[in-house]
Design a protein around this ligand. Sequence first.
Ligand code: FAD
Length: 421
Amino acid sequence: MNIVITGGGWAGCSAAYAARKQGANVVLLERTDLLLGTGLVGGIMRNNGRFTATEEMIAMGGGDIFQVIDENCRHTNISFPGHEHASLYDIAKTPAAITNFLKGMGVEIRLQERVVKAQVTEGVIESIETAGGEVFKGDAFIDTTGTAGPMNNCSKYGNGCAMCVLRCPSFGGRVSLAGLCGIPEKTGRKENGSVGAMSGSCKLYKESLAPEIVELLNQKGVAVIPLPKELIENHLSVKACQQYALKEFAENIILLDTGHAKLMTPFYTLKKLHKIPGFENARYEDPYAGGKGNSMRYFDMSPRSNTLKVEGAVNLFCAGEKAGLLVGHTEAIVTGVLAGYNSVRHLQNKPLLELSRKTAIGEAIAYVNEEMQKTEGMGKKYTFSGSVLFDRMKELGLYETDVAKIQSTIKDEGLMNIFAS
Ligand SMILES: Cc1cc2nc3c(=O)[nH]c(=O)nc-3n(C[C@H](O)[C@H](O)[C@H](O)COP(=O)(O)OP(=O)(O)OC[C@H]3O[C@@H](n4cnc5c(N)ncnc54)[C@H](O)[C@@H]3O)c2cc1C
Protein backbone atom coordinates (compact mmCIF):
# COMPACT_ATOMS: atom_id res chain seq x y z
CA MET A 1 0.00 0.00 0.00
CA ASN A 2 1.64 3.22 -1.18
CA ILE A 3 0.10 6.47 -0.03
CA VAL A 4 1.35 9.80 -1.31
CA ILE A 5 0.46 12.94 0.64
CA THR A 6 0.73 16.40 -0.91
CA GLY A 7 1.27 19.19 1.63
CA GLY A 8 3.20 18.93 4.88
CA GLY A 9 1.17 21.19 7.17
CA TRP A 10 -0.49 19.83 10.32
CA ALA A 11 -3.08 17.99 8.21
CA GLY A 12 -0.46 16.31 6.00
CA CYS A 13 1.76 15.35 8.95
CA SER A 14 -1.20 13.82 10.78
CA ALA A 15 -2.45 11.96 7.71
CA ALA A 16 1.08 10.57 7.24
CA TYR A 17 1.18 9.47 10.87
CA ALA A 18 -2.21 7.75 10.74
CA ALA A 19 -1.61 5.96 7.41
CA ARG A 20 1.83 4.79 8.52
CA LYS A 21 0.37 3.57 11.80
CA GLN A 22 -1.96 1.36 9.74
CA GLY A 23 1.05 -0.15 7.96
CA ALA A 24 1.12 1.80 4.67
CA ASN A 25 4.27 3.04 2.93
CA VAL A 26 3.91 6.79 3.13
CA VAL A 27 5.60 9.58 1.17
CA LEU A 28 4.95 13.13 2.38
CA LEU A 29 5.67 15.86 -0.21
CA GLU A 30 6.07 19.46 0.96
CA ARG A 31 6.87 22.42 -1.30
CA THR A 32 8.89 24.43 1.29
CA ASP A 33 11.95 23.44 3.32
CA LEU A 34 10.05 22.79 6.58
CA LEU A 35 7.03 20.82 7.76
CA LEU A 36 3.99 22.34 9.56
CA GLY A 37 2.87 24.90 6.95
CA THR A 38 0.98 27.74 8.61
CA GLY A 39 1.59 25.88 11.89
CA LEU A 40 5.15 27.24 11.75
CA VAL A 41 3.72 30.54 12.99
CA GLY A 42 0.76 29.26 15.04
CA GLY A 43 0.94 27.66 18.46
CA ILE A 44 -2.43 27.94 20.23
CA MET A 45 -3.80 24.53 21.25
CA ARG A 46 -6.44 23.15 23.62
CA ASN A 47 -8.34 26.46 23.90
CA ASN A 48 -12.08 26.04 24.54
CA GLY A 49 -13.55 23.11 22.55
CA ARG A 50 -10.15 22.17 21.13
CA PHE A 51 -9.46 20.57 24.51
CA THR A 52 -12.38 18.18 23.97
CA ALA A 53 -11.38 17.33 20.38
CA THR A 54 -7.78 16.69 21.47
CA GLU A 55 -8.80 14.35 24.26
CA GLU A 56 -11.30 12.57 21.99
CA MET A 57 -8.53 11.87 19.49
CA ILE A 58 -6.20 10.65 22.24
CA ALA A 59 -8.95 8.28 23.47
CA MET A 60 -9.46 7.07 19.89
CA GLY A 61 -5.80 6.03 19.81
CA GLY A 62 -4.78 8.67 17.25
CA GLY A 63 -3.31 11.22 19.62
CA ASP A 64 0.47 10.76 19.34
CA ILE A 65 0.88 14.04 17.42
CA PHE A 66 -0.94 15.87 20.22
CA GLN A 67 1.34 14.20 22.75
CA VAL A 68 4.44 15.43 20.85
CA ILE A 69 2.93 18.93 20.87
CA ASP A 70 2.15 18.74 24.60
CA GLU A 71 5.83 17.91 25.21
CA ASN A 72 6.86 21.05 23.32
CA CYS A 73 4.63 23.65 24.96
CA ARG A 74 6.00 26.85 26.46
CA HIS A 75 2.81 27.47 28.47
CA THR A 76 -0.12 25.30 29.47
CA ASN A 77 -3.56 25.96 30.94
CA ILE A 78 -3.55 29.71 30.31
CA SER A 79 -6.48 32.06 29.69
CA PHE A 80 -6.85 35.10 27.43
CA PRO A 81 -10.02 37.01 26.45
CA GLY A 82 -12.73 34.53 25.41
CA HIS A 83 -10.37 31.54 25.67
CA GLU A 84 -9.76 29.10 28.50
CA HIS A 85 -7.25 26.30 29.25
CA ALA A 86 -5.03 27.04 26.25
CA SER A 87 -1.55 25.67 25.59
CA LEU A 88 1.05 27.44 23.48
CA TYR A 89 3.57 25.32 21.63
CA ASP A 90 7.10 26.47 20.98
CA ILE A 91 7.27 27.40 17.31
CA ALA A 92 11.01 26.74 17.18
CA LYS A 93 11.07 23.28 18.77
CA THR A 94 7.81 21.77 17.50
CA PRO A 95 8.60 21.51 13.75
CA ALA A 96 11.79 19.53 14.46
CA ALA A 97 10.03 17.36 17.05
CA ILE A 98 7.29 16.43 14.56
CA THR A 99 9.77 15.83 11.72
CA ASN A 100 11.78 13.48 13.94
CA PHE A 101 8.63 11.73 15.14
CA LEU A 102 7.46 11.05 11.58
CA LYS A 103 10.92 9.97 10.43
CA GLY A 104 11.11 7.65 13.43
CA MET A 105 7.86 5.99 12.28
CA GLY A 106 9.32 5.45 8.80
CA VAL A 107 7.46 8.18 6.90
CA GLU A 108 9.48 9.29 3.86
CA ILE A 109 9.58 13.10 3.99
CA ARG A 110 10.48 14.92 0.77
CA LEU A 111 10.93 18.69 1.16
CA GLN A 112 11.04 21.28 -1.63
CA GLU A 113 8.85 19.04 -3.78
CA ARG A 114 5.97 21.05 -5.20
CA VAL A 115 3.30 18.96 -6.92
CA VAL A 116 2.26 20.52 -10.22
CA LYS A 117 0.75 17.71 -12.30
CA ALA A 118 -1.48 14.68 -11.81
CA GLN A 119 -1.98 11.68 -14.11
CA VAL A 120 -5.60 10.60 -13.77
CA THR A 121 -7.36 7.74 -15.59
CA GLU A 122 -11.13 7.46 -15.20
CA GLY A 123 -11.06 9.19 -11.83
CA VAL A 124 -8.13 7.14 -10.52
CA ILE A 125 -4.96 9.11 -9.77
CA GLU A 126 -2.07 7.02 -11.07
CA SER A 127 0.77 9.36 -10.19
CA ILE A 128 1.66 12.96 -9.44
CA GLU A 129 4.61 14.98 -10.64
CA THR A 130 6.61 17.71 -8.93
CA ALA A 131 8.01 20.93 -10.45
CA GLY A 132 11.42 19.20 -10.56
CA GLY A 133 9.94 16.49 -12.82
CA GLU A 134 9.96 13.64 -10.30
CA VAL A 135 7.00 11.28 -10.59
CA PHE A 136 5.43 9.67 -7.50
CA LYS A 137 3.16 6.68 -8.08
CA GLY A 138 0.68 5.73 -5.41
CA ASP A 139 -2.35 3.57 -4.65
CA ALA A 140 -4.08 6.38 -2.77
CA PHE A 141 -3.39 10.11 -2.44
CA ILE A 142 -4.21 12.71 0.19
CA ASP A 143 -4.55 16.41 -0.61
CA THR A 144 -3.46 18.52 2.35
CA THR A 145 -2.24 21.52 0.39
CA GLY A 146 -4.19 23.97 2.57
CA THR A 147 -6.03 27.03 1.27
CA ALA A 148 -3.54 29.90 1.69
CA GLY A 149 -2.34 32.12 -1.14
CA PRO A 150 -0.76 31.94 -3.66
CA MET A 151 0.42 35.52 -4.14
CA ASN A 152 -2.12 36.43 -6.82
CA ASN A 153 -4.93 35.69 -4.33
CA CYS A 154 -3.24 37.77 -1.61
CA SER A 155 -2.88 40.64 -4.10
CA LYS A 156 -6.35 40.37 -5.58
CA TYR A 157 -8.33 39.79 -2.39
CA GLY A 158 -6.01 41.09 0.37
CA ASN A 159 -3.47 43.87 0.82
CA GLY A 160 -0.81 42.29 -1.40
CA CYS A 161 1.85 39.71 -0.54
CA ALA A 162 2.75 40.29 3.11
CA MET A 163 5.80 37.97 2.88
CA CYS A 164 4.42 35.26 5.15
CA VAL A 165 5.97 31.98 6.25
CA LEU A 166 4.65 30.14 3.18
CA ARG A 167 7.32 31.98 1.15
CA CYS A 168 5.65 31.69 -2.28
CA PRO A 169 8.31 33.78 -4.08
CA SER A 170 10.98 31.29 -2.95
CA PHE A 171 9.18 27.95 -3.27
CA GLY A 172 6.36 28.63 -5.73
CA GLY A 173 2.74 29.09 -4.71
CA ARG A 174 0.26 26.55 -3.39
CA VAL A 175 -1.16 24.17 -6.01
CA SER A 176 -4.26 22.14 -5.20
CA LEU A 177 -3.98 18.44 -6.01
CA ALA A 178 -7.78 18.09 -6.29
CA GLY A 179 -7.71 21.09 -8.64
CA LEU A 180 -5.07 19.36 -10.80
CA CYS A 181 -7.48 16.43 -11.06
CA GLY A 182 -10.13 18.78 -12.49
CA ILE A 183 -12.36 18.66 -9.40
CA PRO A 184 -14.37 21.88 -8.98
CA GLU A 185 -13.55 23.42 -5.61
CA LYS A 186 -15.15 26.03 -3.37
CA THR A 187 -13.87 29.33 -2.03
CA GLY A 188 -14.87 30.91 1.27
CA ARG A 189 -16.32 34.36 1.59
CA LYS A 190 -16.43 36.95 4.32
CA GLU A 191 -19.81 37.91 5.75
CA ASN A 192 -19.91 40.92 3.40
CA GLY A 193 -19.57 38.53 0.44
CA SER A 194 -15.97 39.38 -0.48
CA VAL A 195 -13.66 36.48 -1.31
CA GLY A 196 -11.25 34.68 1.07
CA ALA A 197 -10.30 35.69 4.61
CA MET A 198 -7.18 37.21 6.07
CA SER A 199 -5.02 35.30 8.55
CA GLY A 200 -5.67 36.63 12.02
CA SER A 201 -2.32 36.96 13.76
CA CYS A 202 1.23 38.22 13.32
CA LYS A 203 4.47 37.61 15.20
CA LEU A 204 6.73 40.29 16.66
CA TYR A 205 10.35 39.74 17.63
CA LYS A 206 10.29 39.55 21.41
CA GLU A 207 13.71 41.21 21.51
CA SER A 208 12.18 44.29 19.84
CA LEU A 209 9.75 44.80 22.76
CA ALA A 210 10.31 46.46 26.16
CA PRO A 211 11.90 44.12 28.78
CA GLU A 212 8.82 44.28 31.08
CA ILE A 213 6.56 43.01 28.27
CA VAL A 214 9.03 40.21 27.48
CA GLU A 215 9.19 39.23 31.14
CA LEU A 216 5.39 39.14 31.42
CA LEU A 217 5.19 36.96 28.30
CA ASN A 218 7.90 34.59 29.50
CA GLN A 219 6.25 34.20 32.92
CA LYS A 220 2.54 34.21 32.12
CA GLY A 221 2.37 33.48 28.38
CA VAL A 222 -0.06 36.38 27.83
CA ALA A 223 0.11 40.18 27.80
CA VAL A 224 -3.03 42.31 27.38
CA ILE A 225 -2.17 45.97 26.75
CA PRO A 226 -5.09 48.44 26.48
CA LEU A 227 -4.92 50.71 23.45
CA PRO A 228 -5.66 54.44 23.60
CA LYS A 229 -8.80 55.14 21.49
CA GLU A 230 -6.86 56.97 18.74
CA LEU A 231 -4.64 53.91 18.15
CA ILE A 232 -7.42 51.30 17.78
CA GLU A 233 -7.42 49.58 14.36
CA ASN A 234 -10.42 47.32 13.94
CA HIS A 235 -9.74 44.52 11.43
CA LEU A 236 -12.12 42.01 13.03
CA SER A 237 -14.41 41.68 9.99
CA VAL A 238 -11.65 40.46 7.63
CA LYS A 239 -10.29 37.83 10.04
CA ALA A 240 -10.11 34.14 9.16
CA CYS A 241 -10.16 33.33 12.89
CA GLN A 242 -13.63 34.35 13.98
CA GLN A 243 -13.00 32.94 17.44
CA TYR A 244 -10.81 36.01 18.02
CA ALA A 245 -13.25 38.49 16.44
CA LEU A 246 -14.16 39.83 19.89
CA LYS A 247 -14.00 43.53 20.78
CA GLU A 248 -11.21 42.82 23.31
CA PHE A 249 -8.94 41.93 20.38
CA ALA A 250 -9.50 45.38 18.82
CA GLU A 251 -9.38 47.43 22.04
CA ASN A 252 -6.21 45.83 23.36
CA ILE A 253 -2.93 44.59 22.04
CA ILE A 254 -3.07 40.89 22.94
CA LEU A 255 0.26 39.08 22.84
CA LEU A 256 0.87 35.36 23.38
CA ASP A 257 4.26 33.76 23.92
CA THR A 258 4.98 31.07 21.33
CA GLY A 259 8.69 31.88 21.24
CA HIS A 260 8.01 35.07 19.38
CA ALA A 261 5.27 37.44 20.57
CA LYS A 262 2.11 36.37 18.74
CA LEU A 263 0.10 39.53 18.08
CA MET A 264 -3.58 38.66 17.81
CA THR A 265 -4.57 40.89 14.90
CA PRO A 266 -4.31 40.33 11.12
CA PHE A 267 -2.08 43.40 10.72
CA TYR A 268 -1.36 46.63 12.53
CA THR A 269 0.32 49.72 11.09
CA LEU A 270 3.92 49.80 12.28
CA LYS A 271 3.93 53.58 12.67
CA LYS A 272 0.98 53.33 15.10
CA LEU A 273 2.47 50.31 16.88
CA HIS A 274 5.63 52.35 17.57
CA LYS A 275 3.51 54.92 19.43
CA ILE A 276 2.48 52.41 22.10
CA PRO A 277 4.73 52.44 25.17
CA GLY A 278 6.97 49.37 25.07
CA PHE A 279 6.54 48.91 21.31
CA GLU A 280 8.77 51.79 20.15
CA ASN A 281 11.19 49.36 18.46
CA ALA A 282 8.68 46.64 17.48
CA ARG A 283 9.55 44.59 14.37
CA TYR A 284 7.48 41.98 12.56
CA GLU A 285 8.85 38.45 12.33
CA ASP A 286 5.80 37.08 10.47
CA PRO A 287 4.57 38.22 8.09
CA TYR A 288 7.49 40.53 7.38
CA ALA A 289 5.00 43.13 6.12
CA GLY A 290 2.63 42.64 9.07
CA GLY A 291 2.18 46.40 9.20
CA LYS A 292 0.35 46.18 5.90
CA GLY A 293 -1.49 42.89 5.60
CA ASN A 294 -1.41 39.13 6.02
CA SER A 295 -1.91 35.97 3.96
CA MET A 296 -5.32 35.32 2.41
CA ARG A 297 -6.88 31.88 2.97
CA TYR A 298 -9.90 29.67 2.27
CA PHE A 299 -9.49 29.24 -1.47
CA ASP A 300 -10.01 25.88 -3.21
CA MET A 301 -11.72 23.64 -0.65
CA SER A 302 -12.56 20.15 -1.88
CA PRO A 303 -16.03 18.62 -2.05
CA ARG A 304 -15.84 15.61 0.27
CA SER A 305 -17.86 13.11 2.24
CA ASN A 306 -17.73 12.83 6.01
CA THR A 307 -15.16 10.05 5.56
CA LEU A 308 -12.95 12.74 3.96
CA LYS A 309 -12.93 11.03 0.56
CA VAL A 310 -12.91 13.67 -2.17
CA GLU A 311 -15.94 13.56 -4.45
CA GLY A 312 -15.02 13.14 -8.10
CA ALA A 313 -11.92 11.01 -7.60
CA VAL A 314 -11.66 7.31 -6.75
CA ASN A 315 -8.51 7.31 -4.61
CA LEU A 316 -8.19 10.84 -3.23
CA PHE A 317 -8.76 11.99 0.35
CA CYS A 318 -8.37 15.44 1.91
CA ALA A 319 -7.92 17.01 5.34
CA GLY A 320 -7.29 20.27 7.15
CA GLU A 321 -8.39 23.49 5.51
CA LYS A 322 -8.89 21.59 2.23
CA ALA A 323 -11.71 19.70 3.95
CA GLY A 324 -13.76 22.85 4.46
CA LEU A 325 -13.85 26.11 6.32
CA LEU A 326 -12.08 24.55 9.28
CA VAL A 327 -9.67 26.81 11.15
CA GLY A 328 -6.87 25.54 13.32
CA HIS A 329 -4.13 23.07 14.04
CA THR A 330 -6.37 20.81 16.12
CA GLU A 331 -8.95 20.78 13.32
CA ALA A 332 -6.20 19.94 10.78
CA ILE A 333 -4.77 17.18 12.97
CA VAL A 334 -8.04 15.36 13.72
CA THR A 335 -9.16 15.46 10.07
CA GLY A 336 -5.64 14.43 9.00
CA VAL A 337 -5.81 11.34 11.20
CA LEU A 338 -9.22 10.36 9.78
CA ALA A 339 -8.09 10.90 6.16
CA GLY A 340 -4.90 8.88 6.70
CA TYR A 341 -6.81 6.05 8.36
CA ASN A 342 -9.54 5.97 5.70
CA SER A 343 -7.02 6.04 2.82
CA VAL A 344 -5.72 2.71 4.16
CA ARG A 345 -9.24 1.30 4.72
CA HIS A 346 -10.01 2.21 1.10
CA LEU A 347 -7.02 0.20 -0.13
CA GLN A 348 -8.02 -2.71 2.10
CA ASN A 349 -11.54 -2.64 0.61
CA LYS A 350 -12.94 -2.06 4.09
CA PRO A 351 -15.86 0.30 4.85
CA LEU A 352 -14.67 3.84 5.47
CA LEU A 353 -15.06 5.28 8.95
CA GLU A 354 -17.47 8.15 9.56
CA LEU A 355 -17.16 9.44 13.12
CA SER A 356 -20.27 9.55 15.30
CA ARG A 357 -21.93 12.93 15.67
CA LYS A 358 -22.03 12.24 19.39
CA THR A 359 -18.36 13.21 19.33
CA ALA A 360 -17.19 16.81 18.85
CA ILE A 361 -14.93 15.73 15.98
CA GLY A 362 -17.68 13.80 14.16
CA GLU A 363 -20.13 16.65 14.62
CA ALA A 364 -17.63 19.21 13.32
CA ILE A 365 -16.82 17.24 10.16
CA ALA A 366 -20.49 16.65 9.33
CA TYR A 367 -21.77 20.10 10.35
CA VAL A 368 -19.19 22.01 8.29
CA ASN A 369 -20.06 19.90 5.26
CA GLU A 370 -23.77 20.75 5.69
CA GLU A 371 -23.13 24.43 6.27
CA MET A 372 -20.93 24.68 3.19
CA GLN A 373 -23.94 23.80 1.02
CA LYS A 374 -25.56 27.10 2.14
CA THR A 375 -24.56 30.59 0.93
CA GLU A 376 -24.54 31.99 4.48
CA GLY A 377 -22.54 28.98 5.71
CA MET A 378 -19.76 29.84 3.24
CA GLY A 379 -19.40 33.22 5.00
CA LYS A 380 -18.41 31.62 8.31
CA LYS A 381 -15.39 29.78 9.71
CA TYR A 382 -15.60 26.72 11.91
CA THR A 383 -13.36 25.92 14.86
CA PHE A 384 -13.72 24.03 18.11
CA SER A 385 -12.25 27.09 19.83
CA GLY A 386 -15.01 29.64 19.27
CA SER A 387 -17.71 31.20 17.15
CA VAL A 388 -20.48 29.08 15.58
CA LEU A 389 -18.97 25.61 16.02
CA PHE A 390 -18.05 26.07 19.68
CA ASP A 391 -21.53 27.50 20.33
CA ARG A 392 -22.99 24.42 18.68
CA MET A 393 -20.78 22.11 20.73
CA LYS A 394 -22.10 23.76 23.90
CA GLU A 395 -25.72 23.56 22.72
CA LEU A 396 -25.38 19.87 21.92
CA GLY A 397 -23.54 19.09 25.16
CA LEU A 398 -20.38 18.11 23.28
CA TYR A 399 -18.02 20.52 25.08
CA GLU A 400 -16.37 18.62 27.90
CA THR A 401 -13.17 19.13 29.88
CA ASP A 402 -13.44 16.06 32.12
CA VAL A 403 -11.11 13.56 30.44
CA ALA A 404 -12.82 10.54 32.06
CA LYS A 405 -16.19 11.67 30.64
CA ILE A 406 -14.65 12.19 27.18
CA GLN A 407 -13.18 8.68 27.31
CA SER A 408 -16.52 7.28 28.36
CA THR A 409 -18.28 8.89 25.35
CA ILE A 410 -15.63 7.51 23.00
CA LYS A 411 -16.08 4.06 24.53
CA ASP A 412 -19.88 4.24 24.25
CA GLU A 413 -19.55 5.13 20.54
CA GLY A 414 -17.32 2.09 19.94
CA LEU A 415 -14.38 4.30 19.00
CA MET A 416 -11.92 3.53 21.80
CA ASN A 417 -8.45 3.07 20.27
CA ILE A 418 -9.94 2.80 16.78
CA PHE A 419 -6.91 4.54 15.23
CA ALA A 420 -4.36 2.53 17.23
CA SER A 421 -2.47 0.01 15.09
C1 FAD B 1 -0.46 33.35 10.78
C2 FAD B 1 -1.31 32.20 11.24
C3 FAD B 1 -1.41 31.90 12.60
C4 FAD B 1 -2.19 30.84 13.02
N1 FAD B 1 -2.24 30.53 14.35
C5 FAD B 1 -2.93 29.46 14.76
C6 FAD B 1 -2.89 29.04 16.13
O1 FAD B 1 -2.20 29.62 16.96
N2 FAD B 1 -3.62 27.94 16.49
C7 FAD B 1 -4.39 27.26 15.59
O2 FAD B 1 -5.02 26.27 15.96
N3 FAD B 1 -4.46 27.65 14.29
C8 FAD B 1 -3.73 28.71 13.85
N4 FAD B 1 -3.75 29.06 12.54
C9 FAD B 1 -4.58 28.28 11.60
C10 FAD B 1 -3.88 26.97 11.30
O3 FAD B 1 -2.49 27.20 11.13
C11 FAD B 1 -4.42 26.27 10.07
O4 FAD B 1 -5.84 26.30 10.01
C12 FAD B 1 -3.99 24.81 10.01
O5 FAD B 1 -2.71 24.61 10.56
C13 FAD B 1 -4.07 24.38 8.55
O6 FAD B 1 -3.34 23.22 8.32
P1 FAD B 1 -3.29 22.56 6.87
O7 FAD B 1 -2.31 21.45 6.98
O8 FAD B 1 -4.67 22.25 6.42
O9 FAD B 1 -2.77 23.70 5.86
P2 FAD B 1 -1.40 24.52 5.77
O10 FAD B 1 -0.87 24.83 7.10
O11 FAD B 1 -1.69 25.65 4.84
O12 FAD B 1 -0.40 23.51 5.06
C14 FAD B 1 -0.48 23.20 3.71
C15 FAD B 1 0.90 22.78 3.25
O13 FAD B 1 0.83 22.33 1.89
C16 FAD B 1 1.98 22.79 1.21
N5 FAD B 1 1.65 22.78 -0.23
C17 FAD B 1 0.73 23.54 -0.88
N6 FAD B 1 0.68 23.21 -2.19
C18 FAD B 1 1.60 22.21 -2.35
C19 FAD B 1 1.98 21.44 -3.48
N7 FAD B 1 1.42 21.61 -4.68
N8 FAD B 1 2.95 20.49 -3.32
C20 FAD B 1 3.52 20.28 -2.08
N9 FAD B 1 3.17 20.99 -0.99
C21 FAD B 1 2.21 21.93 -1.12
C22 FAD B 1 2.23 24.15 1.81
O14 FAD B 1 3.57 24.56 1.61
C23 FAD B 1 1.92 23.91 3.28
O15 FAD B 1 3.05 23.50 4.02
C24 FAD B 1 -2.94 30.10 12.08
C25 FAD B 1 -2.85 30.39 10.71
C26 FAD B 1 -2.03 31.43 10.29
C27 FAD B 1 -1.89 31.71 8.83
